[in-house]
Ligand binder design. Structure first.
Ligand code: ADP
Ligand code: MG
Length: 617
């Protein structure tokens, strides 16, 4: 048989390696930023165009490269950072595999300019798809500039696989945040499509967190500090009351490298146990310092996963350090557990001792006695009945916590509901009588039987269609605020708000973005109450930017309407008065689609008379 094995040419090998190292523009950002850090830069600028698809450029003021190094840096396995395998276990640098530049150059157009401090001239190199196009002598500023254009130009399948510019940019932002947080002593700048998004001066960790995530974070953070022989922990956790519904502000840095570790994450979550609700995520920014020889960073090409020698000890130390901080700052008791209201017993009622039933008999009452005061006897009976009725509900009537809304319990009997009053069989006809069941369902009758409507899903549908209509057809009116509301948001959040500005104005949010990172709100949609604005907007931003929503390629109006209806619809557990029930049911059946919620969940079920009849057989 003829020999069939051959060595792959370098450019093919590089393309294959690139598949592992470069998944998307954000991977390039990570590699280039890390190279700049390894080059001891004091100031690093990241310039991005079109979510990184058109341009990713990193400019540093670091060590630069000699002419030979500049050329060699693009070869595979070319690195200045390790010399032999032992060095792998004493790593103090971000890079070491020597494959990032080779990989990037294999799948993009790269232009590098570099000059070491004590050299008068520098080098400019252009490479396209591993091919050297040009090398010349130039006189750039000290340091290195790497510009990567047209990523995946020669791998159309990969290029087509990229998400929208918006999504890709968000991944870039994530990488930028991680690197910037890990290195507060380096100044960072970020420009996207010509505008400056971040200008982060050299500072300390806590300040850097505040600069990246917005000013208010300062009040939210609690310090964590623990020094042991195997591990030094430092950093901050967010107080439990600031736990978020979405992941995001969760950062582990091991020896100044951002890493993902579900195991260590679990340790932190375990420390928060009982302090935050299960559907929320604690925020943390934790830096671990360990002996480099006790970890292996080389288990994954992107170097975001690490193998620790003694994970169990780290877990225990981390958990106790976080617990200690939570206790020390006395943040634990200031908590308000939101329990399932369906299971709640009103306090006055809960603390009451069970009383024996008493029967009071009017022993002197003789109905046959001539001239017996029949009416007074009856009224006495009625009075005691009312008294007993009141006792039954003692403690249950305090406002919203009342367990059942009795005004809404209107049962109909067949004899009262003549057929003329009965709604037509078609559920889209107006509904006349309703009652609320378990603070969750609205029950109403139709000619063929009854309807059980999920109140939360029904309201989601109603709001969804309303918002969608406001954003695309008719602008909603806005309730003007007497005193404008000033809220502070992070730069990234503000970028999102300005992106969705038009849609928000259409549904009634009136605001202007101020230079200092504050948002001044002057008007609100009818459904949004002033105290909830911040929560609603933050939830909206987090939903809008969640991969799930954006990556499915939904239209902006659709994504926003979904996000808003989710946070604004009446929840299960809320008591609705009769008028609201009727309005909700009528609004629901005025919707274009009334069977499924915007999240494709069934809104109501029907139970037909014959089904009920069968149960009575
Ligand atoms: P690694 O970082 O794993 O060594 P890279 O392919 O990222 O591999 O880079 C190869 C080499 O090029 C580095 O080891 C370093 O010597 C040099 N280099 C890359 N970027 C820079 C930079 N911004 N400044 C100075 N030297 C750089
Ligand atoms: Mg590198």
């Amino acid at each position: 048989m003829a020999d069939i094995i051959q060595l792959l040419p370098d450019h093919v090998a590089n393309q294959i390696a690139a598949g592992e190292v470069v998944q998307r523009p954000a991977s390039v950002v990570k590699e280039l930023l890390e190279n700049a850090i390894d080059a001891e830069a004091a100031c690093i600028k990241l310039i991005v165009k079109d979510g990184g698809k058109a341009l990713i450029q990193v400019v540093d003021d670091g060590l630069g490269m000699s002419v030979t190094d500049a050329r060699l840096s693009f070869e595979r396995h070319a690195t200045s950072k390790i010399k032999n395998a032992e060095d792998l276990f004493q790593l103090r640098t971000k890079g070491f595999r020597g494959e990032a530049l080779a990989s990037i150059a294999a799948i993009a157009h790269v232009e590098m300019q570099t000059r070491p401090e004590h050299s008068e001239t520098g080098t400019r190199i252009r490479i396209e798809g591993s091919k050297l196009m040009d090398q010349s002598v130039v006189v750039p500023p000290k340091g290195t500039s790497m510009a990567v254009k047209n990523l995946f130009f020669n791998i159309p399948a990969r290029r087509n696989f990229l998400k929208s510019n918006q999504v890709e940019f968000r991944h870039i932002l994530d990488e930028f945040h991680r690197v910037a947080l890990a290195h507060p002593s380096i100044a960072f700048y970020l420009y996207h499509n010509g505008s400056e998004l971040y200008n982060l001066p050299k500072t300390v960790f806590k300040q850097r967190i505040a600069h990246v995530f917005g000013g208010k974070i300062n009040e939210r953070l609690v310090r964590v500090q623990e020094d042991t022989q195997v591990l030094k922990i430092s950093g901050y956790i967010c107080k439990p009351e600031f736990a978020k519904k979405s992941r995001g502000e969760q950062f582990f840095f091991v020896n100044q490298r951002f890493i993902k570790s579900p195991y260590l994450h679990h340790a932190v979550v375990a420390a928060f146990e009982g302090l935050i609700k299960p559907d929320k995520y604690p925020g943390y920014f934790l830096c671990l310092e360990v002996d480099p020889s006790s970890i292996d960073i080389n288990i994954h090409p992107t170097k975001t996963e690490i193998k620790f020698d003694d994970e169990h000890t780290l877990y225990a130390l981390l958990r106790s350090a976080v617990k200690h901080s939570l206790g020390q700052f006395n943040v634990a008791p200031a908590l308000d557990f939101e329990q399932d209201q369906n299971l709640e017993t009103p306090y006055a009622y809960k603390n009451k001792e069970a009383a024996f039933p008493r029967i009071s008999v009017d022993s002197g009452f003789n109905p046959f006695k001539e001239g017996a005061p029949l009416s007074s006897a009856r009224s006495k009976y009625q009075a005691s009945k009312v008294e007993g009725w009141e006792q039954m509900f003692e403690g249950l009537q305090s406002g919203q916590d009342a367990n059942t809304n009795f005004s809404s319990l209107t049962f109909e009997s067949d004899s009262i509901t003549g057929s003329i009053f009965e709604p037509a069989d078609d559920v889209s006809d107006m509904v006349s009588k309703t009652f609320q069941m378990r603070r969750k369902f609205i029950v109403t009758t139709i000619r063929s039987g009854m309807l059980v409507i999920d109140q939360n899903r029904a309201h989601q549908r109603v709001l969804y269609e309303k918002f969608l209509n406001n954003m695309t057809v008719t602008k909603a009116t806005s309730q003007q605020l007497l005193f404008p509301l000033l809220l502070s948001f992070s730069k990234a959040d503000i970028a999102v708000l300005s992106e969705i500005n038009d849609s928000l104005q259409h549904i009634g949010f009136m605001f202007n973005i101020q230079k200092d990172g504050h948002i001044q709100i002057t008007g609100l949609p009818l459904h949004v109450q002033e105290p909830n604005v911040e929560m609603v907007l933050k939830q909206l931003i987090s939903d809008y930017t969640s991969d799930e929503m954006v990556e499915e390629g939904f239209l902006q109006a659709n994504v926003l309407s979904k996000a808003l209806c989710k946070s604004l619809a009446v929840k299960t557990g809320v008591v609705l008065d009769l008028a609201s029930q009727t309005a909700l049911v009528n609004d629901l059946f005025a919707c274009k689609e009334n069977r499924v919620s915007p999240f494709n969940k069934c809104i109501y079920i029907t139970i037909t008379e014959s089904e009920i009849d069968k149960k009575f057989l």
